[in-house]
Design a protein around this ligand. Structure first.
Ligand SMILES: Cc1cc2nc3c(=O)[nH]c(=O)nc-3n(C[C@H](O)[C@H](O)[C@H](O)COP(=O)(O)OP(=O)(O)OC[C@H]3O[C@@H](n4cnc5c(N)ncnc54)[C@H](O)[C@@H]3O)c2cc1C
Length: 380
């Protein structure tokens, strides 16, 4: 490694993938490698914390991890918006600077395409921090009528999250003593709540039935009329609602779409190495088409594989450990109980999942999942 001209690694996006990759490079090389981590935001928030904020279980202040606390030798985290990516020249333009990279890693996640579902912008969604915060104030006003949890397209982040929302809404209404005056329906574009794990799906569907939650699989919401309080599904059916809780259609951020990196909506990569078709340019996490779900654990796993590849390349020795496509996800089942599904996407001819029954004890595991990353990345 040339110590005078340090290798320059530029990581776009300080989410699950970017934070883990930068941490691993710092742990391995300290300041012998110059890592620039670029994000437009000022804090990281776990996806599942949005559900906690929306149902008033936590506050935004409590779940925000400010980037100023991410301090790692060799890593410079800059708060700028990426405005152009040239994957051929490995040149990044932001609203404040231009960066040239020896190795470029795109970890910009997925954005929400509000225009893809007419009327959704005037209704409520719970997948953004702002949307979850708005709903925290709207939910207490809902005491009677029809609630509709509507997913507007797949793939979407964290396949079990809308199911969790349905079960948490049930508990929330029970606790307010208004559940008997409310109906809950849940529209999902997938055939089952967690397709790789039929056992997990069966348990979730049984939980919906026990709680009188109407589950409508294989359908998606194509438009919402907030004035008429009606959502239209892809088969033309209209569903009236008093409260709409939406999951917007997802897409890569515009800057990725404009960069020639995306094909069919996502960035094609070698699923094991996360290499794109551009030399020394990688993509990890929700924006990359790896065949795994859009979830933090898989973003983190793919970042580990890139770190391993970069470490081998920068040391000019050793063999990289490829992405194994394995991840586990905690699922809020209501009543304080948390279940878990472990999914393996690459080992067999088709994905397989192992289901762990919900329990109160599993909540401690979920809390450890969050607190260990908070400590590792932010020292908090
Ligand atoms: C309700 C909900 C519940 C979830 N629950 C779970 C769960 O239980 N377990 C789990 O593993 N996953 C869960 N997820 C999914 C998880 O949050 C994402 O899959 C994960 O964050 C993806 O990581 P990433 O690194 O690809 O992208 P992200 O974490 O989204 O990070 C991308 C970063 O890029 C930045 N960025 C984007 N565009 C630009 C730009 N132009 N310039 C600069 N910066 C930019 C963003 O600010 C962001 O910080 C959940 C998600 C939601 C919405």
């Amino acid at each position: 490694m040339n110590m005078i001209n340090k290798p320059r690694v530029v990581v776009l996006g300080a989410g699950f993938g970017g934070l883990e990759l930068s941490t691993l490079l710092s742990e391995t090389f300290g300041d012998r490698v110059a890592v620039t981590l670029i994000d437009k935001g000022d804090a990281f928030v776990f996806g599942y914390s949005k559900l906690d904020v929306m149902f008033g279980r936590s506050t935004l202040d409590a779940v925000r991890m400010p980037y100023r606390n991410f301090m790692k030798p060799g890593v410079r985290l800059v708060r700028q918006t990426v405005t152009a990516i040239d994957p051929v020249g490995r040149r990044i333009t932001t609203d404040g600077d231009v960066y040239d990279a020896d190795f470029l890693v795109v970890a910009l996640g997925a954005e929400y395409d509000m225009e893809a579902t007419p009327g959704l912008a005037e209704a409520n969604e719970f997948y953004s921090v702002a949307g979850a915060e708005r709903l925290r104030d709207v939910l207490p006003t809902f005491s009677r009528g029809k609630a509709l949890i509507g997913v507007c397209g797949a793939p979407y982040k964290c396949p079990p999250a809308p199911s969790e929302c349905a079960l948490m809404l049930h508990d929330y209404l029970v606790n307010r003593d208004v559940r008997e005056d409310c109906e809950i329906s849940f529209v999902l574009p997938l055939g089952s709540p967690v397709p790789p794990s039929p056992e997990t799906s069966r348990a979730l569907v049984a939980a919906f039935e026990e709680r009188h939650i109407e589950f409508i699989p294989n359908r998606r919401v194509v438009s919402v009329n907030a004035a008429r309080k009606v959502a239209t599904l892809d088969n033309g059916a209209e569903m009236p609602f008093d409260l709409f809780l939406g999951v917007p259609k997802h897409r890569v951020p515009n800057v990725v779409g404009e960069s020639d990196m995306a094909e069919d909506g996502w960035i094609p990569v070698n699923p094991r190495t996360l290499e794109t078709k551009f030399p020394n340019v990688y993509a990890v996490g929700d924006g990359a088409n790896t065949g795994t779900p859009k979830a933090g654990v898989f973003a983190e796993g793919s970042a580990r594989a890139v770190a391993s590849d970069l470490i081998a390349k920068l040391r000019n020795s050793g063999k990289a450990t490829p992405f194994d496509g394995v991840g586990s996800c905690y699922i809020e089942f209501g009543g304080g109980r948390v279940g878990k599904v472990e999914v393996d996407f690459f080992s067999g001819p088709k994905p397989t999942g192992t289901y762990h029954e919900p329990s109160v004890a599993m909540r401690a595991d979920k809390e450890h999942f969050g607190s260990s990353r908070r400590a590792r990345w932010f020292g908090m």
